[in-house]
Design a protein around this ligand. Structure first.
Ligand SMILES: [Zn+2]
Ligand SMILES: [Zn+2]
Length: 110
């Protein structure tokens, strides 16, 4: 594997990749961190920040992606439904998906 200069910016970029989302949904944060450590010479400070980013992404995977969602996690009537176009984000209701679309359409991949 080619060596990379690790910054919070390129970790964020990397974590935006769909394969990371599927990995995140399966794996615990700690195993992701150790994967990162094994593959990349990860400075502690950066690692700390990337852990926060991972926590945020993990939370988003288990939560409705609508930032203004009126429902509490765990109280979703129909569980979470993934965006049918990108399968990266999930919403607890049709109205949340509609509300978030103006933001999500910028990153939604066909
Ligand atoms: Zn919602
Ligand atoms: Zn989408």
């Amino acid at each position: 594997m080619a060596s990379v200069t690790l910054t919070v910016g390129n970790i964020e970029q990397m974590l935006e990749q769909p394969q990371w989302h599927s990995l995140l949904s399966k794996a615990l944060e700690t195993s992701i961190i150790s994967t990162l450590q094994a593959k990349i010479d990860c400075r502690e400070q950066v690692l700390d920040q990337c852990q926060k980013k991972i926590e945020h992404l993990v939370a988003r995977i288990n939560l409705c992606a609508n930032d203004d969602c009126p429902n509490l996690p765990g109280s979703y009537k129909h569980g979470l439904r993934k965006c049918a176009r990108c399968w990266v984000v999930a919403y607890c209701s049709k109205s949340c998906q509609i509300t978030d679309w103006s933001v999500h359409k910028l990153v939604c991949k066909k």
